[in-house]
Design a protein around this ligand. Structure first.
Ligand code: OAD
Length: 256
């Protein structure tokens, strides 16, 4: 692992395929709180009560209040320079770009990202808790001020389309395939505390073919830092535009 070493941009050659994993840190400069920072969401809320199937069973109103607040905050925020830099890279290299976000907000899409998945679900969607076969619905309502939980046509409750702890992340087959064929893995703004996302850097090293080059961008080293080829310390919105734009390199400072 090298920290803030040269070169000052990530060179993407014509035969490279780029897999990007983002976490809450990429939305921090848009004003959305991360989970594990000192003022993060898990400092003010107990994970078990708002982000587990057991919490939902015990108090669905509280769970809907929590995600309704997240909806309001996401609606009031805008994509930042880091979201736009990734969308620009996708425009430049087309389907050799793949984005996997742990974030449930829609800031990547609003910045223009298209070839992407939300492995932990999507804030602005709801689904039947009984998996009755009804489609997942677009849903931007805030349910704070109602006492009844929204109901599916089948009579069961509607729940947020969020992957809670103890549930299986979404799109894992596609994610595994994309990691297998990437030559560059860029991870942005995630603490490396939650698996399987925290394992992607390891998967990229043992993929079929040569190990991918792996980069992490964020203000502090993640828990899995030692697995990366290179760690670039700094805020995503300040670092990513220069890193991903050949011809407009941003000089990287020494170790911070
Ligand atoms: P965390 O809160 O665990 O980590 C956020 C990371 O973002 C930290 O490592 C910060 O250093 C970094 N960070 C803060 N500001 C940043 C900035 N401006 N630019 C870049 N990085 C910055 O959030 P995640 O790792 O995303 O899951 O959390 C993973 C999962 O745990 C979430 O998807 C969520 C949570 O519980 C579910 O709810 C299922």
């Amino acid at each position: 692992m090298s920290i803030n070493a040269s070169p000052d941009f990530i060179e993407v050659a014509d035969d490279d395929r780029v897999f990007v994993l983002t976490g809450a840190g990429i939305s921090a400069e848009s004003g959305l709180r991360t989970f594990r920072d000192s003022n993060g969401l898990w400092a003010g809320h107990r994970v078990e009560t708002v982000a587990t199937p057991e919490g939902w069973e015990a108090n669905p109103e509280l769970v809907w209040q929590f995600y309704s607040q997240r909806r309001r905050e996401a609606q009031a925020s805008q994509p930042n320079a880091a979201h736009f830099a990734l969308a620009e890279l996708e425009k430049r290299i087309g389907d050799r770009f793949f984005l996997c976000s742990q974030n449930v907000d829609d800031l990547h899409e609003r910045a223009g990202s298209r070839n992407m998945v939300h492995m932990h679900g999507e804030l602005f969607k709801s689904r039947c808790e009984a998996n009755c076969g009804a489609p997942i619905i677009e849903d931007s309502h805030s349910y704070n001020f109602i006492r009844e939980i929204p109901i599916c046509a089948c009579g069961s409750r509607l729940r947020p389309h969020i992957v809670w702890f103890g549930e299986t992340p979404l799109e894992m087959t596609r994610i595994q395939q994309e990691i297998d064929r990437c030559t560059i893995l860029l991870v942005v703004g995630t603490s490396g505390a939650v698996h399987p996302a925290a394992s992607f850097v390891h998967w990229a090293k043992v993929r079929r073919g040569a190990p991918a080059r792996t980069y992490y961008v964020g203000p502090e080293e993640p828990l899995n830092a030692s697995a990366f080829t290179r760690i670039i310390l700094g805020k995503a919105g300040e670092k990513l535009p220069g890193l991903l734009q050949p011809g407009e390199p941003t000089a990287l400072p020494g170790r911070q």
